[in-house]
Design a protein around this ligand. Structure first.
Ligand code: ZN
Length: 257
């Protein structure tokens, strides 16, 4: 009798244990199931296919072994280049997903050898391999005189696309009260490999002087980086649409009137 009772009690314990385990498993499955739907719905669904109208290659200058210029406060050019370049790309894809943005680097890691010529060649080659339509290199400037400040552009003399972009950037940045335009230089006079050697419309944008203490500080502030990036991004979007979809551009103009 005693052992029978013990056996029954044991059976009951096992049943309770298994029952509890099953309940727990069901609850866990439900939580997992619900959490899938509670997640950002955009994330759960596959991204819709967007037609690409153009590819822009953004090149954050320097990187890895090459710090670029060192700022008045010790900041490294390569870091600010990367932050502003990524911000420009982010603004473009957010506002106009039909423009594909590719980067020569997205971190401090570089894929090219530690040698200046090979470094620059790799950037131009990357844009070619990606079939990029336009090329934008982002840099910070430096001058022996610490009072020099402002942004400038380097383009090919006959590159009407990039010239139009520079005008739009100046207009956008003026409107954002970032009034530091110094001018647009031709690479025929001031050769810069990545612009000279690119067969596509190419621009090197020197966003400001790191040798100027206050500008160097301003260039590191996220809010200023966003002002600059937004101005540059909008200029590229407008000019790319005009270049690739002239009919659509005319229609938007009509709507505005
Ligand atoms: Zn540089």
């Amino acid at each position: 009798m005693q052992t029978k009772k013990k056996k029954r009690r044991l059976k009951r314990k096992v049943k309770i244990f298994l029952g509890g385990f099953a309940c727990l498993a069901i609850v866990l499955c439900m939580v997992l199931f619900i959490s899938r739907f509670l997640k950002d719905p955009e994330e759960a669904l596959p991204a819709p296919e967007v037609e690409t109208i153009a590819t822009l290659c953004i090149d954050p200058g320097h990187g890895g072994y090459d710090s670029g210029t060192i700022g008045a406060d010790g900041a490294m050019e390569k870091d600010i280049n990367l932050e502003i370049a990524l911000q420009i790309g982010k603004q473009i894809t957010k506002k106009e997903p039909r423009i594909k943005v590719v980067y020569t680097r997205t971190s401090d890691e570089v894929t090219w050898p530690e040698e200046e010529v090979k470094d620059l060649e790799a950037r131009v080659k990357f844009a070619e391999e990606q079939n990029a339509d336009y090329y934008l290199s982002v840099h910070m400037n430096s001058n022996n005189s610490p009072s020099v400040y402002g942004y400038e552009f380097y383009i090919k003399e006959n590159d009407s696309f990039s010239r139009a972009v520079t005008r739009k950037i100046v207009k956008n940045l003026d409107e954002a009260e970032w009034h530091y335009h110094r001018g647009t230089m031709n690479v025929e006079e001031y050769p810069l490999y990545v612009v000279t050697e690119s067969k596509i419309p190419a621009m090197l944008f020197e966003a400001g002087f790191m040798s100027n203490y206050s500008e160097c500080t301003e260039l590191q502030q996220t809010k200023n980086q966003k002002i600059i990036a937004k101005g540059v991004a909008q200029a590229y979007i407008d000019q790319i649409l005009k270049d690739k979809l002239p009919d659509e551009d005319k229609e938007t103009k009509k709507e505005e009137e």
